[in-house]
Design a protein around this ligand. Structure first.
Ligand code: GLU
Length: 215
């Protein structure tokens, strides 16, 4: 298991992401990371091995990472040791796609061979292959890229994805792995579990399997 959180809206994202991740601690984790977008600027990624406390310290509780859109992850390693490099979010080599993932991509090796990603990986994770795949299939429409990517992927997944070309937006899709979301005056929230954003809104919906959500 692991935890995913995403927020885009009227507040600074990093403190909300870190608070949400702290609520998902019960799911277990060995490392954590966030990707935050400040307007049109590049996506900023901060990761840390170990307890969430380390990431909190590294980001001054999120204050050193400005931006009102972001995704966060607490990892429970299935592919590759717990380390900062293997921690999520994972980014495509051109920096266009940043993704967090809960689950296991059973056919990640086959995808890597088929799409020519072998030897390009910086981490040992199945998730990095997914980020590369989404980027490879991206032709300007994030939903289309995700639709095509999940058609190639076998296994369980919940993905939250940022696209460089689409500031302020979070894209999500899942199969088996849990993901709930809500829209309210503060903005849009998505998470593995309602506990991550219940302080903002008690109403939520379960993201339907294979539905591509835009927030
Ligand atoms: N399979 C992914 C990894 O090892 C995600 C694991 C998780 O759900 O935390 O990084």
């Amino acid at each position: 298991m692991c935890g995913i959180v995403g927020f885009t809206g009227r507040h600074q994202a990093a403190p909300i992401l870190l608070d949400g991740l702290s609520k998902l601690e019960y799911r277990g984790y060995d490392s954590a990371g966030i990707a935050v977008r400040d307007g049109e600027k590049d996506i900023e990624i901060i990761k840390a091995k170990g307890r969430l406390k380390v990431l909190l310290e590294k980001t001054n509780a999120g204050e050193s990472v400005p931006g009102m859109c972001g995704i966060g992850h607490t990892r429970w390693a299935t592919h590759g040791e717990p380390s900062e490099v293997n921690a999520h979010p994972h980014v495509s080599d051109n920096g266009n796609v940043a993704a967090v993932h809960n689950g296991i991509i059973e056919n990640y090796h086959a995808i890597s061979v088929q799409f020519g990603f072998e030897g390009l990986a910086t981490s040992e994770t199945d998730t990095e292959v997914a980020a590369a795949l989404i980027n490879k299939l991206y032709e300007g429409d994030p939903k289309e890229a995700l639709r095509k990517a999940v058609a190639e992927i076998e296994g369980s997944f919940a993905f939250c994805v940022l696209f460089k070309d689409h500031p302020g937006e979070i894209y999500a899709v899942r199969n088996v792995s849990p993901m709930v979301a809500t829209y309210c005056d503060d903005g849009a929230f998505i998470a593995s579990d309602l506990t991550a954003f219940i302080a903002y809104n008690k109403r939520y919906f379960i993201v339907p399997e294979y539905h591509i959500l835009t927030m």
